[in-house]
Design a protein around this ligand. Structure first.
Ligand code: HEM
Length: 478
């Protein structure tokens, strides 16, 4: 009996496999590239280094193509002038299904009434302009407190550190304190949360792709379990005067009738969304400055002549703004994914029209275009600190056409990062504090930037495969 069931299962599986791989390109559909392996298609290459794989496909097929990835057909769109039109059409391109799939794979989380549109409204309200300046000044105080408390013993002696951990831990702890903390928390708790989070975050891309080995799975689930404990809703139920981000979020989850277990799992998701990008961004920002002396000199000169803080006026810091934009152009690499809900025709900038098939997935990768597109940016691989000095978004062209954007680190359309102004403010503040209060230098003055960890393309800010060793001490005049 059992072997009959096994045979039936194998038969069904083969039939599904055959059906999925027998797909042919229909008239007006994008070029189809199924890869050589049935069902698996290009899954391995895509997962290993998405940027390399998609660049290869772009060179072969152009700005739109469909690839087979582990049984799914994914249309990749790389014409950035069409991104807005696609991302605002929430009827044809659904965001919920794929984000629920990731929530389940990464966070073991199922939000039954998840409504991204009302969720987005709530988040935007939190980051509105009046709350933003309060958040920015709280963040500044928290950063200042952490910097000062790290340096109580022998403040004028050189200390050594690795830049990635230095930046990630600083931004994470200050960010956590700003958005999640209650009166009962202390710096030991921030360190606990940070360390477990880093363990979990290391394996996160593999969890998303279901590519984690058994020991990695074990490691990630133990870090996740510990984080659930640390983020237990009971910890946030103290009656502080101003509600933190976490308290407003908890209230929202309760109003949706979610149980305590789901609430704490949802909080880990929030922790990742709000604290997973700023630390790595600060690393690249300071790393590019330290390895490009002319950029460092220009930024220091600009910051020394600054009359006032809190650096929330963009016109005060044109050089630092350009450095930040250039850093994000080179290292922000989110992959935006949607499910195609109905056959849909899209028109590229050159006038060509393509039909996207219902049931497929659509992926947009602003990292490849516009950010690293050699037709838009001259020598796109190079860090040029003044690339965005005296330029605005309207100055970018490709094949004679004006581009809507030169960079899109914050996503686009309905998925634009609501924390972007807060993130910019925090990053500028941390650079200001470190460069004005500390002497910071590379241990090896000839060191160059480490390469990126190719495993992380698609997951927001990239992380390095390696690090930079730095030494720092408090400046004498402090
Ligand atoms: C350099 C730092 C950052 C970058 C590059 C960045 C980028 C992004 C991107 C591309 C998305 C869209 C992701 C997607 O839908 O697939 C996003 C979403 C989001 N970001 Fe950021 N982000 C950064 C920092 C922050 C910070 C500091 C906060 C909060 C304090 C924040 C809050 C959020 C939230 C809440 C969402 C989800 C919005 C939603 O679910 O609709 N981000 N971010």
């Amino acid at each position: 009996m059992t072997w009959i069931l096994v045979l039936v299962a194998i038969g069904l599986l083969s039939a599904v496999l055959l059906l999925r791989t027998r797909r042919t390109r229909q008239k007006n559909e994008p070029p189809l590239d199924k890869g050589i392996f049935p069902w698996l298609g290009h899954a391995l290459e895509f997962g290993k280094d998405a940027a390399k794989f998609l660049t290869k496909m772009k060179d072969k097929h152009g700005d739109i193509f469909t690839v087979c990835v582990a049984g799914n057909y994914v249309t990749v769109l790389l014409d950035s002038n069409c991104y807005d039109a696609v991302l605002t059409d929430t009827k044809s391109f659904d965001l919920t299904r794929y984000s629920q799939l990731l929530m389940d794979r990464i966070f073991n989380l199922h939000l039954p009434n998840h409504d991204p549109v009302s969720e987005r409204k709530r988040v935007n309200q939190y980051f509105n302009s009046s709350n933003l300046s309060r958040l920015c000044s709280t963040m500044r105080n928290n950063l200042q407190f952490l910097i000062a408390s790290a340096d109580t013993q022998n403040p004028t002696e050189w200390k050594k550190d690795t830049l990635f951990d230095f930046c990630y831990s600083l931004l994470f702890k200050a960010g956590y304190q700003t958005m999640f903390s209650t009166e009962n928390d202390n710096t030991a708790k921030f360190t606990d949360v940070y360390e477990e989070f880093r363990r979990f975050d290391k394996i996160l891309p593999k969890l998303a792709r279901r590519a984690a080995a058994r020991d990695e799975l074990k490691f990630a689930s133990s870090a996740r379990k510990r984080l659930w404990e640390l983020l237990s809703p009971n910890c946030f139920l103290t009656g502080s005067v101003t509600q933190s981000w976490m308290q407003t979020y908890l209230q929202h989850l309760k109003e949706q009738g979610l149980d305590t277990e789901t609430q704490r799992r949802a909080m880990l998701l929030q922790l990742w969304v709000t604290q997973g990008n700023a630390g790595p961004a600060a690393f690249w920002l300071l790393g590019f400055l330290l390895t490009h002396p002319e950029a460092l000199k220009a930024v220091k000169a600009e910051l020394c002549s600054l009359q006032h803080l809190p650096l929330d006026k963009t016109e005060d810091t044109p050089v630092l703004n350009s450095v930040l934009k250039e850093t994000l152009r080179l290292r922000a690499a989110a992959l935006i994914t949607r499910d195609v809900m109905q056959d849909k025709t899209i028109k590229l900038s050159n006038g060509q029209e393509f039909v996207l098939r219902k049931g497929d997935r659509l992926c947009i990768f602003p990292f490849l275009s516009p950010q690293m597109d050699p037709q838009i940016h001259h020598e796109p691989e190079k860090f040029k600190f003044d690339r965005f000095l005296n330029s605005d978004e309207t100055m970018f062209c490709k094949e004679g056409l004006q581009m809507k954007y030169g960079t899109m680190p914050w996503g686009a359309g309905s998925n634009l990062c609501p924390g972007r102004d807060f993130a910019v403010c925090a990053l500028k503040q941390v650079v200001h504090m470190i460069l004005t209060q500390f002497d910071l230098e590379l241990c090896d003055c000839n060191a160059s930037m480490p390469p990126v960890d190719a495993n992380r393309y698609g997951f927001g800010m990239l992380q390095p495969d390696g690090d930079l060793k730095v030494r720092y001490k408090l400046k004498k005049h402090n």
